[in-house]
Design a protein around this ligand. Sequence first.
Ligand code: ADP
Length: 265
Amino acid sequence: MARTCATSYLEASEAQGSEVGTFVEFTRALRHELRDTLGSAFASARLLQDVGEKLPEPSRNEVLGSIPRNVQRAIDLLDGVCLLFGSESSWEDEPREKGLLEDVLPEAAENVSERERAAGVAVEVVGAIPACRVDAGRTRLILHNLVSNAVKYSDRSRDQPWVRLYVDPVEGEGGDVADEAEPGRVRIRVEDNGLGISPDEQERVFDPFYRGDAGDMSGSGLGLAIAREAARQMGGELTLESEPGRGSTFFVTVPTLRGPDEAVH
Ligand code: ADP
């Protein structure tokens, strides 16, 4: 993977008009993100090992829960980088992991890192989630990136910063399909009352390595490019509406899948 990944990286980087030297910045950003997630998981595991028995149960459960959450984020990041820069076959040929949207969506809302939690943003799923199955791996990857961004680029001057996730059935396409029904599509909305994105940036934010100056946050500029590519690979799409100072809404259209949870090819 390494050669293909580096070659595709350089192409994307040049297309963005970046210096080839920014590969160093990319690896630095990747290292930073991985150290953040895996470092948190490591610290939690150590804490449990050393003083786990002495911790009151709620704290122990919180520490325990942070381990899979952080490891999953690291896996998502690596999957996302492969999805974007890996060889054609790396992700597209991979079996889809079929899962219930009602499991994937709340998990995405909970999967907010410790650093992001500290921002005090309320993340919630609003309304009913239709009973349908989706490509869980790609949907999770998209939602993790969107929720994480919505928290990262929240407006810290607000009394009540929030991120809300909704599911809109797509009319006439069987959005609320049950197992036996024809596969259709659902639209997931990730809404925030954060900093917003100016009109001239709204398409560019999906370009690999594009980073806005909203907030002084670390990042690789890859999250939205990964999310849009994951949506494309599913036959779905990812679009955006935003107003600076009011917030942003990302729309993800996801095909629903028929049948039980086994992997499909
Ligand atoms: P990164 O967060 O690493 O910079 P992304 O590809 O995820 O990379 O996002 C690209 C840019 O889009 C960000 O740098 C930021 O300027 C902007 N952005 C993304 N999501 C939001 C959001 N919810 N609110 C405001 N700006 C956002």
